[in-house]
Design a protein around this ligand. Structure first.
Ligand code: 5GP
Length: 218
């Protein structure tokens, strides 16, 4: 894979970028814009048992599956992590993530704090993990965004507001924290995080070969 150093000859290990936030903090918009901007990172499409919202597409936003199918996948250990959120199951299918990382691509995860903890606890993924927590600028702002999204019934919005305080208490478990005052600034900050993390020495697995070549006058 090509490198932020500008050379396609230097191999780099793929990383797992996790975004978490209370719903309504702008995480979905941010992740979509990041994916549009950066072709080296791909979204991990989660499975969920919740109903599809207007505008959502099966296989793109989520794999919408029923509870029996989800439980079968749990039993066959087909999830990298899974959790129950707002009374529904959400989980990250293992195979596509392993395939992407194996081919040196970066993977973006839009998952909650429970899923992030599970990824952190896995010996195999810890070195590849970069976690970012997104906070809203205020409670009023969070409620406004949930209401204007208008995709969920009023009682679901109330339930999500009640849960937000709980979710936000996990901010200190993350590597980076962004207060999402405006999307353009947050997107720039997110891109900076990604650039710096890609440049970490231990991720540039092809660097020793490259430097050896330099020292030999190539
Ligand atoms: P929503 O229903 O608004 O799409 O998502 C609700 C919450 O579930 C969000 O915080 C989202 O990040 C989280 N979520 C989505 N997919 C997954 C997943 O695969 N695993 C976990 N642990 N959480 C997820």
């Amino acid at each position: 894979m090509s490198n932020e150093n500008g050379s396609s000859a230097i191999l780099r290990r793929g990383l797992m970028l996790v975004l978490s936030s209370p719903s309504g903090a702008g995480k979905t918009t941010l992740s979509r814009q990041l994916l549009d901007n950066d072709k080296q990172i791909q979204l991990s499409v989660s499975c969920t048992t919740r109903h599809k919202r207007p505008g959502e597409r099966d296989g793109v936003d989520y794999h919408f599956i029923d509870t029996a199918t989800f439980r079968g996948m749990i039993e066959r250990q087909e999830f990298l992590e899974y959790a129950e959120v707002f009374g529904n199951y959400y989980g990250t299918p293992r195979a596509p993530v392993e395939q992407l990382l194996g081919s040196g691509r970066d993977v973006l995860f839009d998952i909650d704090w429970q899923g992030t903890q599970q990824l952190r606890d896995m010996d195999t993924s810890r070195a590849d993990l970069v976690t970012v927590f997104i906070l809203p600028p205020s409670t009023r702002d969070l409620e406004k965004r949930l209401l204007t999204r208008a995709q969920d019934p009023k009682e679901v919005v109330a339930q999500r507001m009640a849960k937000a305080a709980d979710e936000m208490s996990h901010w200190a478990e993350y590597d980076y924290v962004l207060v999402n005052r405006d999307i353009a600034t947050s997107l720039n900050n997110l891109k900076s995080i990604l650039t710096a993390e890609r440049l970490k020495r231990e991720r540039q697995v092809g660097m020793s070969t490259f430097v050896k070549g330099l020292r030999e006058g190539r």
